[in-house]
Write a protein that binds this ligand. Sequence first.
Ligand code: GA4
Length: 328
Amino acid sequence: MVIMSKQYPKMEQFCVVNSSQSTNTLIPLIDLSQPDSKSCLVKACEEFGFFKVINHGIPTEFISRLESKAIKFFSSPMCEKEKAGPPNPVGYGNKSIGRNGDVGWVEYLLLSTNSENDCQRIASVVGETPENFSLCVNNYVKAVKKMACDILEMLADGLMIQQKNVFSELLMDKQSDSVFRLNHYPPCPVLHGKNLIGFGEHTDPQIISVLRSNNTSGLQISLKEGSWIPVPADQDSFFINVGDSLQVMTNGRFKSVRHRVLANSYKSRVSMIYFGGPPLSEKIAPLPSLLKEGNNNSLYKEFTWLEYKRSAFKSKLADNRLCLFEKI
Ligand code: GA4
């Protein structure tokens, strides 16, 4: 699938990286229908902060309906799409990411998961009623949020935490500050053996992210020693990553994974990501049950999600945002 775009890049403004990277590292694969998946989930979060899930039970029609709406939106004329922008804080964005000069070969829609109003401007671009568009988004988000909560409960169990919903209750809270993102990476030719960066390297600030993409590759995750490994695309599975807040709550036991997306030379990549975040007033700190007696091995200072979010929005995409909150 190629979504037509009449815009051509001014290449100097984009980052490029060597495209000839490959390793034999396997991405952890978790079968959610297997009762013993708890310990595999914990291991994947400790070693990679990233894994793929199968047998997730999310209805395929929720995925395909939303994907076709996204494709319809991104195929619209630029002047129409721009009516749904800028993404401050929700809406359509093109190439510019965040507020501090980051750019990528990507266009996107940012939506909050608690507001039906977000869908109004978007629906009108694709000639739909806001109700119809928001129903599609809501069905999808509700299903992936439920899966994220199930995974978080298995993780709490796997960590022997008594309160199983200690992570999931933050996503279930009515005030949960979660975000939903639809991304379109138009195809872009490899230049002198280098790929254009679609979305630059970063960690996600929230608790957990649930990603689904079409069958176009591009996503890469960073290993501890700094090498990049490509994540083979799989439109039938979901990819989960640990966010900064979960790294803090587990006192660094789970790793917030650094990841990026390279533009594909031939095909459009379309991804949809649910970022599960806590309420703005929530205090984020290592869970006492994961600390040694005396609590003197805490790696992080306590902060509210609002404080973290404010500081994240002042940062550049690739910055290490957690270091501000590390104990010296
Ligand atoms: C990364 C994860 C989500 O896509 C996002 C991004 C947000 C944005 O695109 O506006 C940020 C980025 C993300 C982290 C640092 C800041 C904020 C861009 C940026 C430079 C929506 C989020 O919550 O944080």
